[in-house]
Design a protein around this ligand. Structure first.
Ligand SMILES: [Zn+2]
Length: 431
């Protein structure tokens, strides 16, 4: 059978599984795997495992015992399903996170009812990313039906805590060899990054906590103390005047979407100064002895992470020169380097070709403004051939009335099936 003929059969098989794809997505949405705290993980893993076991997969449940957030009340359960082909060949792995963020306010539908309206499924996690998970399962099932004697191996995993860093999920499994050669050659993460886009990687992130220290005094005689809030204000003013203009001018060659995220960015996640207010919103008359700022710096692959840190320290030191009583402590909270997969990796080429075949136009290569589990695959598993590809619109993730288009899921599943077949057959170049 020619690749084109094989693709046509795969596309028809996936299209014929449309109702199954819809009901599978609905079943997954109705398991409210809200994180934090990490609800219903085991139930969701079992839903995936039971279904794939019936199709011949070997199913392994891996609880990240003792991992970040793991407890008997909220076990960090992961599931890894693997099916071996009839001959040797590469292994293609689909990895989806099963956790969803809390629904929050503003919904006009029940976030866990998975209601269908106008060709869309609504609910928390439809777009990010149970729609992608369901599409990958349907894609692989279609491939098994059309090509029972496929070479190599296929894996599908459902992992936890991506929304809170993925430490008891992909990172934990990667530390145990689940995302490394020779076990796995290609990893596709069906995050919602548009059905015609291949996401090659993401920017770097550095979170830091800066605590400005003051000296307490009576609020009626502030000249006897040192206000940590005024010190923090002086720092923020410097960032505003000196750093933001520089960050805005720095541009990356990485194809980050949306366009605004192609610059370096800095967000202040929080600022807390002075004593906590009483119930009446009436704090004590005191000069603030502490002001704590948490900043979130997203940096470009062209930037040096040491330099990113240093330019914040330089500003703090400049404030200190202006204000002799200015004192601070800085603590790194979290950092992840930028990652980017080569655009001519066989994995990218296979997806490009499949997108062309299904959608009739060229694929777009993009990069994500924020991080996702690809970082653990690359940094812990040392596997370069990892991208994100899945249905859903990035902007809808974490929003009220989140949805995924049913036709988008079908087309994405067709792309996944064709790309997987090409990779297993070695048509996109060697592993
Ligand atoms: Zn996600």
């Amino acid at each position: 059978m020619t690749p084109a003929a094989r693709d046509r059969r795969l596309f028809a098989r996936v299209a014929g599984a449309r109702d199954d794809l819809v009901s599978l997505t609905q079943d997954l949405i109705r398991i409210p795997t809200v994180n934090p705290p990490g609800d219903a993980y085991t139930e969701c893993c079992e839903a995936i495992g039971h279904r794939l076991a019936r199709r011949g997969f070997a199913v392994e449940y891996q609880r990240a015992r003792g991992g970040v957030g793991d407890s008997d009340r909220y076990p960090r359960s992961n599931v890894i399903c693997r099916i071996e082909g009839k001959r040797p060949g590469p292994c293609v792995h689909f990895n989806s996170h099963i956790d969803v963020v809390s629904p929050g306010q503003g919904w006009t539908v029940d976030p866990f009812a998975a209601e269908i309206r106008d060709g869309r499924i609504y609910g928390r996690g439809t777009c990010d990313m149970k729609g992608g998970l369901a599409a990958s399962m349907i894609a692989v099932e279609a491939l098994l039906a059309e090509w029972p004697d496929f070479p190599g191996a296929i894996e599908i995993s459902g992992t936890v805590d991506e929304e809170t860093g993925g430490y008891a999920g992909v990172a934990w499994l990667a530390e145990r060899g689940y995302f490394s050669k020779p076990r796995v050659d290609y990893v596709i993460i069906p995050e919602p990054l548009h059905k015609d886009c291949v996401c090659l990687g993401h920017r770097g992130v550095w979170w830091s906590e800066i605590e400005v220290k003051g000296r307490i005094a009576h609020g009626s005689m502030p000249f006897l103390g040192v206000s940590a809030i005024r010190g923090a204000g002086a720092f923020l003013d410097k960032v505003e005047r000196e750093l933001y203009p520089k960050l805005n001018r720095r541009r990356t060659a990485m194809p980050v979407i949306p366009e605004g995220a192609r610059s370096s960015t800095l967000n202040f996640n929080s600022i807390h100064g002075g004593l906590a207010e009483g119930n009446d919103g009436f704090p004590s008359a005191l000069v603030a002895e502490s002001c704590r700022i948490v900043l979130d710096r997203r940096y470009l692959i062209e930037e040096d992470p040491d330099e990113v840190r240093r330019e914040i320290v330089d500003l703090l030191e400049a404030v200190r020169r202006d204000r002799p009583e200015f004192r601070y402590e800085m603590r790194d909270l979290w950092s992840v380097g930028p990652v980017m997969t080569d655009a001519d990796s066989p994995l990218v080429r296979a997806l490009d070709r499949a997108i062309g075949a299904v959608l009739g136009h060229e694929s777009r290569h993009i990069a994500s403004p924020g991080t996702y589990d690809q970082k653990h695959v690359q940094r812990v598993g040392h596997l370069k051939d990892c991208v994100a590809y899945g249905p859903g619109i990035l902007d809808l993730a974490h929003q009220p009335d989140e949805y995924v288009g049913i036709e988008d899921m079908v087309q994405s599943a067709q792309v996944m099936a064709a790309a997987t077949a090409a990779l297993l057959a070695g048509e996109a170049g060697g592993a």
